[in-house]
Design a protein around this ligand. Structure first.
Ligand code: BYC
Length: 312
């Protein structure tokens, strides 16, 4: 079949809302686009373990410690499903990790901010996982089968993460004046970076046109950001806290909130590697990869021995 026919068939399949599977023909740019997005997503899950892992030893009770430990383990699992989905497009895990470790691949901007207090763990679960779910619900219907299927399971777990974060905030916001102030401080620091998670504004998003045409994304960055604000503001009110945005206002006509301008200069600075924790996060990840070399070697040696026995 010639190239034009192949591309027409591919687009017709997408238009019928059929999934693309690993062995199906796909344009090279679709493959590249997805490897970029899925691997960035996988890296975000893995790097996302660092700011939360920072609080496992300091969680305020045994129950909180167990829940946080389980959450961080879930993030590792999400990273693994996503690396597997990316590998199904013909790239190796080693290449993907190398791109992360050398700073060629991005991961979510949000994980370059520090978790300074216990209530930051509440804010991360509530706002960061909340923003992640808002984006990921549509990805359950993304056009690439292995990515869509990974997202179904990830979304279930992220919903639990969001609830546990909200519950931490609820306890603090209804607690002593000091606890409430701590919760407000976390909201002040995490609100705007959470809005940045959805990516640049639509008129400044170079990847969106192809992503929408190929049904990788089904909604735009701005649509999802707006929905997140609409959903989260009532939760802030329920907690008795204040959104750190003087321009936030209900707009009856659009049945949603108007809100202030995201600080895009800060966003681009963070994704270029100059956020508060970029260097710390990357060097922790590179170090843990080096420290884990013996585990990979042992696993490979074990697998090789098992294969030899099976072949004999
Ligand atoms: N951070 O053309 P655009 C999680 C980059 S949550 C860093 O709009 P696209 C977790 C973008 O990559 C987070 N970089 O891109 C939660 C592009 O640069 P390149 C993970 C960003 O792809 C709790 C450039 O800016 N979720 O895992 O159409 C605990 C222009 O952007 C960001 C996902 O990754 C950002 N926030 O839209 C633990 C969801 N935003 O690549 C873990 C899947 C934009 O051309 N990803 N950039 O050099 C997506 O849905 C989309 O990739 C995005 C961006 C919405 C993020």
């Amino acid at each position: 079949m010639d190239q034009i026919k192949l591309e027409e068939n591919f687009q017709a399949k997408l238009d019928r809302n059929e999934m693309i599977e690993p062995k199906d023909w796909m344009p090279e740019n679709y493959r590249k686009h997805l490897i970029r997005q899925i691997s960035q997503h996988a890296h975000s899950e893995i790097i996302g373990m660092l700011p939360e892992g920072n609080w496992i030893t300091r969680a305020p009770s045994m129950r909180r410690k167990i829940v946080l430990l389980a959450k961080v383990q879930d993030e590792a699992g999400h990273g693994l499903y996503l690396y597997s989905a990316a590998e199904s497009m013909g790239i190796s895990r080693d290449e993907l990790l190398d791109q992360l470790h050398t700073g060629k691949a991005k991961y979510s901007s949000i994980f370059n901010y520090p978790t300074l207090t216990w209530s930051d763990i509440g804010a991360v679960g509530w706002l960061v996982d909340g923003a992640a779910i808002m984006n990921q619900v549509m990805l359950q219907r993304t056009s690439y089968g292995p990515y869509a299927r990974a997202m179904v399971r990830i979304c279930k777990e992220e919903s639990f993460h969001q609830r546990q974060g909200f519950e931490i905030m609820q306890v603090l916001a209804k607690g002593t004046p000091e606890q409430k102030a701590m919760a407000q401080d976390s909201l002040n620091r995490w609100w705007w970076p959470s809005l940045m998670m959805f990516g640049p504004a639509d008129d400044n998003s170079p990847n969106s046109a192809n992503a929408l045409k190929w049904k990788i994304k089904r909604e735009s960055n701005d649509q999802l950001r707006q929905r997140f604000v609409n959903q989260t503001v009532p939760q802030v009110e329920y907690l008795g806290l204040t959104v750190p945005d003087k321009d936030l206002k209900w707009n009856e006509e659009k049945k949603g909130y108007d809100f202030g301008e995201v600080n895009w200069e800060e966003f681009y600075n963070v994704i270029k590697g100059n956020g508060p924790c970029n260097k710390e996060r990357l060097s922790a990840k590179v170090q843990s990869h080096k420290d884990g070399a013996w585990v990979r070697e042992a696993a490979n040696a074990y697998a090789a021995k098992k294969n030899k026995v099976a072949a004999a």
